[in-house]
Design a protein around this ligand. Structure first.
Ligand SMILES: C[S@@+](CC[C@H](N)C(=O)[O-])C[C@H]1O[C@@H](n2cnc3c(N)ncnc32)[C@H](O)[C@@H]1O
Length: 223
């Protein structure tokens, strides 16, 4: 039995649902458009990567284009329909993949074993964000970094924030469990990292889109 009540002991049958299959296909189809908007942020986040990199929720592998050669890559991904797209991209960019089916809330890796954890558009979707972050802290080596790029809640008191709250139940259904209004940076700041650095940006071209407010940055584990 695992101790995290939000995560089933086995990958549920639902993981192999038509919805998961369609979501993987949609992510693959839209990946290039999303990447156009995120290119500069991905480039600057991943420029200095080295050693063992564990990526949670790698999806169809759109981050591979930005990884330097020579890293050892491990992925933790619950949706098994992502793997054929991801494997193809990894091959294209010359990376050997170690893709493990699982959840960020119960990472299949030993304590203090990875140099960097990568997380892009994933903390919006995990069932238990504090549980996932505590697993990230467990697997990072002392001084290791979490690199994140996430869409987040709009500023309090804005119309967009109200819209995000209102559409959340519907959005979760159509976007595979994604919550449009998570307070990711304040959660990271409360989670026991030594230092959290982040910058806000708006994803264009539709800046009134419910998931346009973004953050990217790093969180460093204590040495
Ligand atoms: C919007 S996609 C982002 C994919 C990729 N990181 C990117 O930037 O293109 C969200 C990803 O998180 C994965 N995911 C959802 N819940 C998760 C969990 N609990 N643990 C790990 N990954 C999860 C989904 O299967 C999907 O691959």
């Amino acid at each position: 039995m695992n101790s995290n009540k939000n995560i089933p002991d086995e990958i549920p049958a639902g993981t192999k649902s038509l919805r998961k299959r369609v979501f993987a296909w949609m992510l693959e189809k839209n990946g290039a458009n999303i990447d156009k908007e995120l290119r500069e942020y991905r480039k600057s986040l991943f420029a200095d990567l080295s050693g063992t990199v564990l990526e949670i929720g790698p999806g169809t592998g759109d981050n591979f284009a930005y990884y330097p050669a020579g890293i050892t890559w491990i992925g933790i991904e619950p949706n098994t329909y992502m793997s054929r797209y991801l494997t193809k991209k990894a091959q294209e960019f010359g990376f050997k993949v170690d893709l493990r089916t699982g959840f960020a809330e119960k990472i299949d890796a030993p304590d203090s074993s990875v140099d960097t954890v990568v997380c892009t558009h994933v903390l919006c979707s995990v069932n238990d964000p504090p549980g996932a972050i505590s697993e990230v802290l467990r697997v990072l080596k002392p001084g290791g970094k979490l690199l994140f790029l996430e869409h987040v809640a709009a500023e309090k008191g804005t119309v967009l924030r109200i819209v995000q709250r209102f559409i959340r139940p519907f959005w979760k259904i159509v976007a595979d469990g994604c919550c449009p209004d998570r307070e990711t940076v304040s959660l990271l700041e409360k989670s026991g990292f030594d230092k959290v650095t982040s910058e806000k940006f708006r994803m264009k071209p539709v800046s009134i889109c419910p998931v346009s407010p973004h953050v990217f940055g790093t969180a460093v584990k204590k040495k």
